[in-house]
Design a binder for this molecule. Sequence first.
Ligand code: ARG
Length: 256
Amino acid sequence: MKINIQEAERFITQAYIELSKSNAEIERRINAIHEEIAQTGTYTHTLEELTIGAKMAWRNSNRCVGRLFWDRIQVVDAREAVTAHEIEAALFTHIEKATNGGQIRPYITIFKPGEDGPRVWNHQLIRYAGYETEQGVIGDPASVAFTKICEQLGWRGARTPFDILPFVFQENHAASPTYTEIPSELVLEVPIAHPDYPGIAELGLRWYVVPIISEMKLEIGGITYQAAPFNGWYMETEIGARNFADEGRYNQLAAV
Ligand code: ARG
């Protein structure tokens, strides 16, 4: 990984000012980073830097409607998780803590950056499978390609319209991908009903409660974290007006 030293300096300067640190501290840290890069080719964020960096990244994500809460995200440092078991445990914990029994909390779990770090193949940690059949797609058409990959790896879904996909990840860039089922007790879902129209419940629709985006990289001060799943909470239009309504998704408008 080639580090852009200007980006590191720019980040440290801004972050340390926001953290009310002195100019002397900024200078000392930048010098230490220069030295670390000269010796190792990269540098390591302190936990404090990782935390403010993740918050700033959310604050700067101008396509995100939820970022008003940027300062309230829980940042989990999972840079030590390297075995499949440790990675999977960190992902399970993310789901559990973020779900929080339905009182959803914003979380980001940050894994080791670079080639030695893991890669997550899922678009979101929790997502429904989609299967092409002669009668059309069962499940979420947005997941058809990824579902095929899961099945090539040996996973087999029940073929309901709402099968939770497994995690697919690599321990590091050289490792082959593996999959793990998410224990169903970790996945909170809401059955969709309408107070005045019982027919809506009869459609059998449901949606998972936490959208945990896992395919975006996180960039902080010249370091790229390729695995950093994060979540806020849903705005209902994402589900009602897009996931259920789009023709290329669950396409339920006519039925409704
Ligand atoms: N629109 C995406 C979905 O319906 C989720 C994107 C992230 N949304 C959020 N509220 N954090 O699955």
